[in-house]
Every structure is written in structure tokens, then in C-alpha cells.
Design a protein around this ligand. Structure first.
Ligand code: SF4
Length: 778
């Protein structure tokens, strides 16, 4: 039972008797309860590997006789040329659609395969699909007809998803005179068995109905219930296509009446109401020009693949809509059009269960935090400028009205209410005008709380060692004493070198040194005390912002004292504040994957709490964009908010976008390419909103975002640009290209680009007494 608790028999009766308007309204309700109100599509190229087919469906113009084709199969070079053209146009899917086992019918197919060096179509398909992934980065979606369990096992290694239209559950249509007569692969039982085999092989799968070829509504429902039952067994159906028959010239069904719009809409609504809510409902937009709004009203949520490069070889007479035009139509219906990958988001996010490891790696490179397609080429740490600008910070497509409930949610946050996890996830999922509304709200809050002044601190980073006994999977900075990294050799600074850097920094106008390093096997709690004394001896007035919660807990453990007592000692020795790093993502599910040996969430919060209690303020950070999801971001923000209400020692919140390039977890294919630009901007904006009433300063990290990116975030709730950071080396070790140091003039220019004044601050947001602005500005 699914819909309204009805039995299958009652649901069937209801679907056959209820008016379309009522069914469409129910369908919309089910669709809208699925999550964010958006419509998806996949940007693809269509690769008709072979148009020979052993079946003879009466409506089909895709299948050709050998004499109608220049060659039986596309050559590998032709396939790759299509895929490369797609990659150049931003496509991420290579749709392989081909005839069913033509070598069983045509000698010319067998000869062509032999000439290519393959025995079967599936052999050749496996080869070229593998080359498409490896050489172009596009992810194949394979429609190769009825396949066997071994076929699925092989092709799964070279594809992100596969598909087989059920078309119809009606055996009648296979009888003499029917559209499927003489097509052995169109027998419903054969197709359902193949779809089940795909489920057993854990293949993200697409199926669907072809409507209007002689079946009744009751027979359509038979098909939908059969698909639903297979999905309930295997969980593999990502989408069901409702495809309307089009009468084509030169086919036996040229005069067959096409299904009416009501038939199409009824089937879309019935599909939504029969199938589980996790399954997307799709209808091809090129077969239904002028019906976009009606299909959305009937409960559709996906438009399938659309190509800016190739035609629809199955319906060559029906051009794809322009993606921009479709986006405008979706916007008019109040929903953004969002690009997805060939595997739908839930399957991308559960890649270990559903995808071959090599394919999962390729898909993660294309994915955002929701498992959808990245919407631009930007990544943290890359040299190119961020795509945003103060005028259009998210670079998004057509305007649409944000929903009223988003306004209500933002109003609650502005009033200082603590949002729920689901509310914060909702803010992170905002796209289009909704995202711009979130950013505008954050900007207004920033103005009200911090005014227009943009602050910064003149500081120097001293990463005293990169030798580390920990093995955080995201970290490209740490080295063992024997192993060099891609950019850096292992090092351990002498105390006199630290002193010399402190003296030099003071001479250049620094008010702070920020000290952090790896967990060196010889370091004890006394080592950190010595480092602290060294700094204070070199320059007593220098603010020491040092030692992550990990280093503090490590130092205390080596001395056998409590964290509280150790922090008290560090404070007595002159420690001024702690960087709130090593927080990564404050959720143990994620920590177990990226930093299993680090303090867990509760332990990190305990150290921070102890610091606050002994009078040592800390910053709070989040390192995001690797393998976590928006719900983890929400939990992190809520943990920080709760801690601040308990102990009140956070000075600022600093989002640290994950720099992927040389990160081990990325190189192993287990992480994304950092946050997208939209996600990076929203992290600052949602932090401003979600921490309203708790933390008043939101900082942008130019080291990760680039100075252009940090400047753009000034319009998204940010009031602080952090430090000039002479010698930043952690992001650089991960591959960031934004340099190790900025001048005050650079920061002033960044603030000016947002129309804002710049002011130097101390670490704790006071007025600096020590100013050597000439030196700092040099
Ligand atoms: S993040 Fe820190 S603790 Fe983890 S490996 Fe890198 S340097 Fe070591």
C-alpha cells in the first residue's frame, strides 16, 4: 500500500475512475513532498552505436536494415568524436542507445563486429563505453536492449546507469498484427526478467512505458505495478519514463492515432501515484512541445536527457528544446531547472552500493554535495577567478519567485530563532532566486550586525612541522619523516627559526602569529610550551593564536594532565587564543571516513569548551566539499551554535572549502572536487543566518577562495577577510594556487570591489596598537 494507504486493488480502481484533475493534484502533492521543488535534466550526447536490431517493432524508425546504413556500427573514433563534442559543450552523459543483439539476425553485423575485433555487440559496447569514460570523462548511460546478468555485470563497470523501457506489460501487443509481433525482446516477461537482473546486479536503472500503441489504461497500470514491485525488491529504479507514441512516416503505424494529452497526463499522474516516491517520473520534452506546464502540473519531476550537440536518433523529427528555454518554462512554473548526472542523486550519494569504484570516481568528479551535476567549473584553490560578482553572485539561470515558506524560514532566523536541521538543509539546497534570497538575507544580517566595515588582521602563519603521525585522508600537508609530498619535503622548524620569523613578522606590522602543525611523533605538551615561550621571548606583545584542539588534547595526553589544566598552563605562558581547526565536519559519520584517529565530535567540543572556560577564545571552522552532505553541514552549524550558547568563546566562524587537487582522498576517487561556487557562497550565507544571535563575525578564506572569491562573499554575509597570512602552507600543499601572502592593498581593493571600507583589527576584534601599516602594506 502506498497512496493514501489504499490497497493495490482500490488504488487501481481509483486511478481508473477519478477525474484527471484530482489525480494530478494528488500526484503534485506526492512529488512536492519528495524534497526541494526543482526539475532535473541530464546534459547528454546521444550515441547510436548501431541502428541494426533483431526486433521489428511496427512504430520504430530507429532500427534500419543493413542496406540503409553506411556501416553497421559507429567506429570507436566516431563514438569518441561525439563524446568529445559533448564534453566541450558541458555534457556529462553519453547515452548509448542501440538495437537489440543485431548479430543474431544480420550477417553484416557479425562481420562488422569481427572486423572491429569483437564477437558480440555487448563486447564492443563494453570497449567503447570504457574508452568514453577514460578519454572524455562523460559517463555512459546504456540502453542496449534485453541483457543477461553477466551483461549487466560487465557493462556496470563502464556505465553510471542503464535502462530498458518495459514499454508495455500487455502480451496482446506481441500477437500477430500487434506492434510487437515478431520482436522476441519485447515480450513483457522477458523485459521484466531483464529489469530484475539489473536490480540483482545493483545497476541504477531507468525504465518506462510507451503509451498509445494499443494498450489500455488498465494494461498501463499492470506495467506500473510490475515496475513498482521490482523496485521494491531491488531498489534500483531511479526513473520511469512516460513516452508518448509518435506516428512516424515510413512505418506500419503511420496512421495510428497518437495518444491525447489527457492520456499522457493521466499516465504521468498514475505513475507518480503507483511508484514509490523515490522514483523520478520523466517525459521527453521534445515529444511534447507546449506541454511543459501541464506535465509539471501532472507531477513530473525530470525531463531526462537533453542534448545541445546531437539529435534524438529515436525521434529524429523532434528537436530537443533549448535548455535555456526549458529553464524559463520551469521557472515560470516556480521551479529551477537543475542539471543532474546520469545516475540520480540518491545513487551518486550511495555510490559504494550502486556503482563500480572506477565509475564512482568519475561521477564524484562531476557531482555536487546533493549528488547533482556541478554547475560550473570552479573549485576552491584553482587559479581562475570565481564566477561570482557582486551583481550576480551565484551566476544562476532565470529568475523565479522564492517560495513563501522560504521567506518564513528566513524571518525566523532573522528573529534569532534556532533553525532545525531540516530548515538549514533547505537553505543549502536553494537554487536560482531562492539562493539569491538566502544570500540577500545574509547580507542584510551582516549589515545589521557588523555594519559595512570589512576587517582583517596582519598576521603570520608558522606551520612549525609538517611531520605528522595522523593520517587524515583529506590532508596533503602531512608527511612522514621519510616521505616527501608532491610539493613539500618533511620539515621541523628549529626554535631559533620560529623566533626569527616572529621578529620579522613584528617588523612587518603583524599583531598575531598563527601557529599550527602536524602531530610530530616527538612533540609533547612541553614542546608546545617551548614554542610558545620562544614566540613570547622574541616579541612579548605578539598575540599568539595557536594550537588546534587536536594539538591541545595531544599535548595534555603526553603530559598526563587534563585538557583544562593544560590549557590553563598555556594561557599562563601567554597563549592568546586557539584556532578552531581540526573541526572538519562535526559529525562522527563523516569523521570516521576522513579523520578516524582525530578527536570525535564530542571530544573536539570538549576541548573548545575547556578553552572557553579558562578564558581562551577560539575560532570555529568547517572544512566542507569533500564527501559530506548538506545535512552534515547543518549538524555542524547547530553544534557550533549550541556550544556558543553554552560557553560563548567563539570569535568568528570560518568556512574552509576543501582544496582537492593533491588531497589523498580525492586522488583515491572518494571525494568531490570541493564545494561548487554556489555551495561555497551559500556556506557563508547560511552560516551568517544559522548562527545569527550566536556568532557575529563570518570570515572568508582568500587562501581557499582566491581574493576574488573572498571579495564576492562579502555580499553573502561576510564581514572579515582573515589575515594576510605570510607563509600559509597548508592549502598550498593541497594544490591551492592562491599564493601564500597578500598585502593590505590587495585586501583594500577586495573590500572596495564590494563598495566597503577596510579596517585592521586585532585577533580579538580590538583596535591594534601596534601598527606598522607601511610594512604591512608593502
Ligand atoms: S590534518 Fe593535521 S592531524 Fe590530520 S594528517 Fe594533516 S597535519 Fe596531521
Amino acid at each position: 500500500m502506498e497512496h493514501g494507504g489504499m490497497t493495490d486493488a482500490n488504488l487501481r480502481r481509483h486511478l481508473l475512475l477519478a477525474p484527471l484533475a484530482e489525480l494530478a493534484a494528488d500526484s503534485r502533492r506526492v512529488r512536492d513532498a519528495r524534497g526541494p521543488q526543482r526539475l532535473t535534466y541530464s546534459r547528454k550526447v546521444f550515441i547510436p552505436l548501431t541502428q541494426l536490431c533483431r526486433d521489428v517493432c511496427r512504430y520504430c524508425t530507429f532500427a534500419k536494415a543493413p542496406r540503409g546504413l553506411a556501416s553497421a556500427y559507429l567506429a570507436p573514433e566516431e563514438v569518441l568524436a561525439i563524446a568529445r563534442a559533448g564534453a566541450a559543450s558541458g555534457c556529462k552523459e553519453a547515452l548509448f542507445t542501440l538495437g537489440d543483439k543485431p548479430e543474431l539476425r544480420y550477417a553484416s553485423a557479425r562481420e562488422a563486429l569481427a572486423g572491429l575485433g569483437f564477437a558480440t555487440t555487448v563486447d564492443y559496447l563494453e570497449h567503447v563505453a570504457g574508452r568514453v569514460i577514460a578519454e572524455t570523462g562523460l559517463i555512459p548511460h546504456i540502453n542496449a536492449g534485453v541483457l543477461t546478468p553477466p551483461d549487466y555485470a560487465r557493462l556496470r563497470r563502464v556505465s553510471g546507469s542503464m535502462g530498458l523501457m518495459l514499454e508495455s506489460a500487455s502480451e496482446r501487443l506481441c500477437a500477430r498484427g500487434g506492434p510487437h509481433f515478431g520482436s522476441p525482446d519485447k515480450r513483457p516477461a522477458v523485459r521484466l526478467a531483464s529489469i530484475a537482473a539489473a536490480g540483482a546486479a545493483a545497476v541504477p536503472f531507468t525504465s518506462g512505458l510507451l503509451i498509445g500503441i494499443g494498450e489500455t489504461r488498465a494494461e498501463r497500470l499492470d506495467g506500473l505495478f510490475a515496475l513498482r514491485d521490482l523496485h521494491r525488491t531491488w531498489g534500483h529504479l531511479q526513473e520511469v519514463i512516460v513516452q508518448n507514441f509518435r506516428a512516424k512516416q515510413d512505418t506500419p503505424m503511420v496512421s495510428w492515432p497518437e495518444p491525447s494529452e489527457d492520456e499522457l497526463l493521466w499516465t504521468v499522474a498514475a505513475s507518480r501515484l503507483v511508484l514509490d516516491a523515490s522514483v523520478s517520473i520523466q517525459s521527453p520534452p521534445n515529444l511534447n512541445p507546449g506541454r511543459t506546464a501541464a506535465l509539471i502540473e501532472a507531477g513530473l519531476d525530470d525531463w531526462g536527457g537533453i542534448s545541445p550537440v546531437t539529435i534524438d536518433h529515436v525521434n529524429p523529427e523532434a528537436p530537443w528544446p533549448q535548455i535555456e528555454a526549458l529553464a524559463s518554462e520551469c521557472a515560470a512554473a516556480g521551479r529551477p531547472l537543475v542539471e543532474r548526472l546520469t545516475a540520480h542523486p540518491t545513487f551518486v550519494q550511495a555510490a559504494d552500493r550502486w556503482l563500480d569504484p572506477g565509475v564512482a570516481k568519475a561521477l564524484r568528479r562531476l557531482a555536487d554535495s546533493e549528488g547533482l551535476a556541478r554547475d560550473d567549473a570552479w573549485s576552491p584553490g584553482v587559479a581562475e577567478a570565481a564566477p561570482g560578482s557582486p551583481a550576480r553572485p551565484l551566476g544562476v539561470a532565470p529568475a523565479l519567485a522564492p517560495h513563501l515558506c522560504l521567506d518564513r524560514l528566513l524571518n525566523r532566523a532573522v528573529a534569532g530563532e534556532t533553525l532545525q536541521e531540516t530548515d538549514i538543509v533547505r537553505l543549502f539546497s536553494a537554487r536560482g532566486a531562492a539562493a539569491e534570497a538566502v544570500v540577500a538575507c545574509a547580507d542584510q544580517l551582516r549589515q545589521a550586525i557588523s555594519g559595512d566595515v570589512v576587517t582583517y588582521v596582519v598576521n603570520r602563519n608558522i606551520n612549525y612541522t609538517n611531520i605528522c603521525t595522523y593520517s587524515c585522508s583529506f590532508c596533503a600537508f602531512s608527511k612522514t619523516s621519510a616521505k616527501s609530498g608532491a610539493r613539500d619535503k618533511p620539515y621541523d622548524l628549529q626554535l631559533d627559526e620560529i623566533a626569527s620569523r616572529v621578529t620579522d613578522a613584528w617588523a612587518r606590522g603583524a599583531t598575531e602569529v598563527c601557529l599550527q602543525g602536524g602531530i610530530h611523533p616527538r612533540y609533547t605538551g612541553e614542546t608546545y610550551v617551548q614554542i610558545l615561550r620562544t614566540v613570547k621571548s622574541a616579541q612579548p606583545a605578539m598575540h599568539v593564536h595557536a594550537f588546534s584542539p587536536l594539538e591541545v588534547s595531544q599535548g595534555a595526553a603526553t603530559l598526563g594532565v587534563s585538557v583544562h589544566d593544560y590549557l590553563g598552563r598555556l594561557k599562563d605562558e601567554g597563549l592568546g587564543s586557539l584556532p578552531g581547526t581540526a573541526a572538519e565536519i562535526l559529525d562522527d559519520e563523516v569523521r570516521a571516513l576522513i579523520c578516524p584517529d582525530k578527536p570525535n565530535t564530542a571530544q573536539w567540543l570538549e576541548v573548545v569548551s575547556a578553552a572557553h572556560k579558562v578564558g581562551l577564545p577560539t575560532t570555529a571552522t568547517i572544512m566542507f566539499g569533500h564527501l559530506e552532505r548538506p545535512e552534515h553541514w547543518a549538524r555542524h552549524l547547530l553544534a557550533i551554535r549550541r556550544q556558543q550558547f553554552a560557553t560563548g568563546g567563539f570569535t568568528e566562524f570560518v568556512p574552509l572549502p576543501f582544496v582537492h587537487m593533491l588531497s589523498p582522498v580525492y586522488l583515491r576517487g572518494q571525494a568531490r572536487r570541493g564545494p561548487t561556487w554556489r555551495e561555497a557562497v551559500l556556506m557563508h550565507a547560511v552560516a551568517r543566518i544559522g548562527l545569527n544571535g550566536a556568532i557575529g563575525s563570518i570570515q572568508a578564506s582568500w587562501v581557499k577562495l582566491g581574493i576574488d572569491g573572498a571579495a564576492a562573499c562579502l555580499s553573502a554575509g561576510v564581514n572579515d577577510l582573515g589575515g594576510v597570512l605570510m607563509n600559509e602552507s597548508i592549502s598550498r600543499a593541497a594544490g591551492a594556487a592562491h599564493g601564500q601572502e597578500l598585502t593590505v592593498a590587495d585586501l583594500r581593493q577586495a573590500a572596495a570591489s564590494a563598495g566597503r571600507p577596510l579596517r585592521q583589527r586585532t585577533t580579538l576584534y580590538g583596535e591594534p596598537e601596534h601598527r606598522n601599516t607601511a610594512a604591512a602594506a608593502s
